[in-house]
Design a protein around this ligand. Structure first.
Ligand code: FA5
Length: 348
């Protein structure tokens, strides 16, 4: 009978210890101590063989009952402790959503990109598509094919950055000084179709940097080639662009000018945005701001593009992107565009 008493004592002790186990590691120790391979209840079960024969069935049954009860109590306690640990962990790791967040300053498009996109959409309304031509250009496309031969004084108008390696056919290469060479590329690619394209892109000139001049800047060129295109179409296009870009009340003034690749050539001005033609420092007291160079495509240039000038005619225009945006947004110094000063850039 001592064996039964010992078993019941162990049973009571195990339950008391289980109630005192507060962590999963204390529970593991408890399990090893009572139910493990060398645990006290397991050892009790092994003693059955040494007992008097008549006690063996009753003791064996009781040991199994105690073992099962303790196993059940252990599982329930384990579950309880795990839940407690999980909720403590969740409480520890909880994020305080009432704390103020760190401000994130969102980026935005550069002023030049915004201006270019606005121009694309204005010209898209007039049926112009974007045509892209390379920045590194052959000398022939930048000058010769545009009717600017080596000896021509107009070459001085575009002081040039030359590239050391020659291009195809040994022709010298340069960083394009204007977007006009794209006219030849568009014509050679599109012939014999009529053309209505704008050619945006960076241009490079080896010149003094000032409040109005950078050595890298954007231009937007336009080219229309068709049968029966006249100066009236050109002026109408410039007027429409100026009104959509600068506002509906703008007046446009056309002056005669000179470019080797257009004949006749013109320059277009708008009445000064700031003083409305009264005269101020921005318009140098003239009341007018220059906005574009333009003209009817020179017959020689049409021919170089593959179009017969007796059958076809066309107009072309070209203007900067930064300078017109300076006029529109009141930017006083072109160097601010690419100076990477966020105080300036964040204003747009
Ligand atoms: C030309 O480059 C001609 N290819 C424009 C043209 C095209 C005329 C088609 C006729 C037909 P010009 O050198 O004037 O022209 O330059 C055009 C515009 O580019 C200028 O009005 C100005 O807005 C811009 N620009 C020229 N040089 C600079 C510079 N250094 N920095 C910023 N903008 C400039």
């Amino acid at each position: 009978m001592r064996s039964f008493e010992e078993l019941e004592r162990l049973h009571g002790q195990a339950l008391a210890d289980l109630a005192g186990a507060l962590t999963t590691s204390a529970l593991e120790t408890w399990e090893d101590g009572y139910l493990g391979r060398k645990g006290q209840i397991t050892l009790q079960a092994r003693r059955v063989g040494q007992m008097p024969k008549e006690d063996r069935p009753a003791f064996g049954r009781r040991v199994n009952e105690v073992k099962q009860m303790l196993q059940g109590a252990y599982d329930a306690r384990l579950e309880e402790i795990r839940r407690g640990e999980l909720s403590r962990q969740l409480a520890d790791e909880a994020i305080d959503i009432t704390l103020p967040g760190r401000p994130v300053i969102p980026g935005h498009l550069h002023l030049t990109t915004q201006a270019l996109r606005e121009l694309y959409s204005i010209f898209a309304k007039m049926g112009f598509e974007v045509y892209e031509a390379p920045d590194v250009e052959l000398e022939a496309y930048n000058f010769d094919l545009l009717n600017i031969p080596e000896y021509h004084p107009a070459r001085d108008m575009w002081d040039t950055f030359w590239v050391q390696d020659a291009g195809e056919g040994g022709d010298r290469r340069l960083l394009r000084t204007h977007t006009s060479p794209g006219q030849i590329r568009a014509m050679r690619e599109r012939y014999p179709e009529p053309i209505r394209v704008i050619l945006p892109g960076k241009c490079y000139r080896y010149e003094q940097i000032t409040v109005r001049s950078e050595h890298q800047f954007y231009q937007l060129e336009g080219l229309a080639v068709g049968r029966g295109i006249t100066m009236t179409d050109l002026i109408g296009t410039i007027q429409q662009w100026a009104r959509l870009y600068y506002g509906p009340d703008r007046s446009v003034r056309i002056r005669s000018s000179y470019f080797p690749f257009t004949e006749p050539s013109i320059e277009a001005d708008i009445d000064c945005i700031l003083c409305h033609g009264e005269g101020c420092a921005v318009c140098k007291y003239s009341g007018w701001l220059e906005i574009a160079g333009a003209g009817m495509v020179q017959p020689v240039v049409l021919q170089n593009g593959g179009y017969d000038p007796d059958e076809w005619s066309g107009f072309a225009f070209g203007f900067g992107v930064e300078r017109p945006a300076m006029q529109k947004y009141g930017v006083k110094d072109i160097r601010w565009y690419y100076g990477n000063d966020l105080r300036f850039l964040r204003q747009f």
